[in-house]
Write a protein that binds this ligand. Sequence first.
Ligand code: SF4
Length: 196
Amino acid sequence: MNSQQVITELQTKGLNLTTDTGASGRKGGAGPSDHKAVTIGETTFMVPVYTDGAAQSPYSVNYETGQSVLTKNDQVITELDFPEKPKFYDLTTAEGIPYWKIALLHSRNVLATTVLQTCIRYENRKTACQFCAIGQSLADDRTIAQKTPQQLAEVAEAAVRLDGVENMIMTTGTPNTTDRGAAYLTECAQAIRARV
Ligand code: SF4
């Protein structure tokens, strides 16, 4: 198997981890939940590790040699690594909100946030999208309901400066406004671009 095939298999089958090292993954909540960042060669990508499927995966990690080694059915495949916790996670805003509740690192160099963690569709299980867990991260106190443009710009600046972030993804729940949140997303993007 070449490395692209290995990555594809890991992303579909997951990784059966007995020891959790590197930056912690995210259990439950908005996506990519139940995943963890993994690096093979120059490529960092997200892999399911906390799912039922991952617990059945033939892929595992052997740490015995002091280097993390990916195995499939106990056969050595390749070396792999887990990115460490980003430095910006240790910072908090002036109001005392941890930066990691405002935006999270996905993969190696992508910052991601859900600008509005509430949604008019999610409030009613009859209208909520079936796959969605946007409210779970909020219920678990792992994020805040609304990120301001200033907070996002502050966190993005730190993530660029301290951890080399190069891209940012912003998503949002649907507010009860005629533009469905488009103007607020624009305001957030403008604040971020003005800062970094
Ligand atoms: S519109 Fe988006 S946030 Fe709302 S329930 Fe659907 S996927 Fe979740």
